[in-house]
Unconditional design. Structure first.
Length: 326
């Protein structure tokens, strides 16, 4: 059995279920003795099952990403923001694992693929802090198959290459997202490649042009007061585009909005074979519950309303040792 290596393994839930059923019955009938308490076994089964699913489904529990870049002397630690704690977050964690158990047979939907992207494909990510959370969670979930990382703290550009050759360039929350003019030149300069070289673009967007400017961006002389719009990007880039709506409740109407559907139709019509998809950032909120945080650098409880009366349904999503919505 290799008992000396059991600390690096974890049993399948089905194994404990077998112990609690036929095998326990066999021992009782053969030896007329109960070898373990069934209630204790059920508790162990629940804990082991949760551990099993958190590992198999790549649920991110890490507070930071430790990036060993090409030069081993330039390791970078990137904190994963919006960490949460408390009983409300614990309840969220329980709902998350129960949801994962109920959907674990749908491998493509629950993070059970070996790699997050097709082999040798490339994708560009543009968006806000909500988009940033999605990408950080994705990298965290598949960190064991990351081959190479290039991170530039001054610009915020984050490039990851996976072991299957897939390449992800993340520019969410960078200065590219705060330029209405000259954004393409800036983007291609930071990426050191053309926009057309990407196989797909993921855009985190409200599909409007009313951004909240970051304080550090206000200091840049050539920054306009609006973002590059989805239509601006679509008019230049002719490949597949995926639009991800924010986690905030105000974005819920986007998915069902007739104007949104019209915009998607227009984007698709501009190029005959363009694929434009929209992902609902709040698709699973009803199942998981609202668990938001507005302080990226502080551990918070996920049910707090701010002094400005900002409620959790308008915040970023909580993450932590039990996983998170992203």
């Amino acid at each position: 059995h290799g008992y000396d290596t059991q600390d690096v393994r974890f049993p399948r839930p089905s194994v404990l279920q077998e112990y609690d059923g036929p095998f326990q019955q066999y021992l009782e009938e053969t030896y007329e003795y109960t070898f373990w308490d069934k209630e204790s076994l059920r508790e162990d089964l629940e804990k082991t099952t949760n551990t099993f699913y958190r590992k198999m489904l790549h649920i991110c529990k890490a507070p930071s990403l430790f990036l060993n870049q090409t030069n081993p002397n330039t390791d970078v630690v990137v904190d994963i923001p919006y960490q949460c704690r408390g009983p409300e977050y614990a309840e969220f964690g329980n709902r998350l694992i129960e949801f994962a158990k109920a959907h674990h047979t749908k491998a493509s939907e629950t993070g059970m693929r070996k790699f997050p992207m097709p082999a040798n494909s490339s994708a560009l990510v543009l968006g806000n802090s909500h988009t940033q959370q999605v990408i950080q969670a994705l990298i965290c979930q598949y960190f064991d198959v990351v081959k190479e990382v290039n991170y530039d703290p001054p610009s915020g550009v984050f490039e990851v290459t996976f072991q299957n050759g897939a390449n992800l360039v993340n520019m969410a929350e960078t200065s590219v997202m705060y330029r209405a003019k000259g954004w393409r030149e800036l983007l291609e300069g930071l990426a050191s490649r053309s926009l057309e070289s990407f196989d797909a673009i993921l855009i985190g967007s409200k599909l409007d042009n009313k951004p909240s400017m970051k304080k550090q961006e206000r200091a840049l002389e050539d920054v306009s007061l609006r973002l590059p719009r989805v239509s601006d990007i679509s008019s230049i880039y002719q490949g597949p585009m995926v639009i991800v709506t924010p986690f905030a409740a105000t974005a819920e109407s986007l998915v069902r909005n007739s104007q949104t559907m019209q915009l998607l139709a227009v984007l698709e019509s501009k190029a005959g074979n363009k694929v434009v998809e929209m992902l609902d950032g709040r698709k699973y909120v009803a199942a998981l519950g609202e668990c938001g945080s507005y302080k990226p650098d502080q551990k918070r409880r996920c049910d707090q309303t701010t002094s400005q009366r900002i409620t959790p349904d308008k915040m970023n999503r909580c993450v932590g040792r039990l996983g998170g919505h992203p």
